[in-house]
Write a protein of this length. Structure first.
Length: 124
C-alpha cells in the first residue's frame, strides 16, 4: 500500500511507538531472585544460631553465678546460727569467692603478706 503524504505523520508516529514490553517471568522462575532469597535465608539462619549460642552461654554464666551466691548465703546463715566455726566459714567464703571471680573473669586477689612477730631489721 503506497503511503500518501497526508498519512506520512501517522506512519512515522506508528514506527516511533516502542513495542510493548515482554511479559515478565514469574518470580519463582527467576534464578537471581531464588539465589538472593537463598542467601538471605542462610544469613538469617546463621544469625539465629549465633544468637542462640551466646544466649545459652550468658544463661549458664548467670546460673552459675546465682548458684555460687546462694551457696555463699547458705554458709553465712550456717555461720550466723553457730552451726559452723568462723574458720570454716572463712575457708568456704574464700573458695566460693575465688570461684565467683574466675567465673566473672576478675583476677584473683594477691596473697596477703605473712605477718611476723619480729620487727624488720633496722627498727629498734
Amino acid at each position: 500500500m503506497p503511503t500518501t503524504p497526508a498519512l506520512l505523520p501517522f506512519v512515522v508516529w506508528a514506527d516511533a511507538v516502542p513495542d510493548p514490553p515482554a511479559k515478565p517471568r514469574p518470580l519463582l522462575e527467576n534464578s537471581e531472585f531464588l539465589v538472593a532469597c537463598g542467601l538471605m535465608a542462610l544469613v538469617l539462619f546463621g544469625g539465629a544460631i549465633v544468637l542462640s549460642y551466646f544466649d545459652r552461654r550468658r544463661k549458664r554464666a548467670e546460673a552459675a553465678f546465682q548458684d555460687s551466691t546462694a551457696q555463699l548465703e547458705a554458709y553465712r546463715e550456717l555461720y550466723e546460727n553457730g552451726e559452723i566455726l568462723e574458720s570454716e566459714y572463712l575457708k568456704v567464703r574464700d573458695r566460693v569467692a575465688g570461684r565467683m571471680k574466675s567465673e566473672v573473669g576478675l583476677p584473683a586477689a594477691p596473697p596477703k603478706p605473712a605477718v611476723s612477730a619480729d620487727p624488720p631489721p633496722g627498727e629498734n
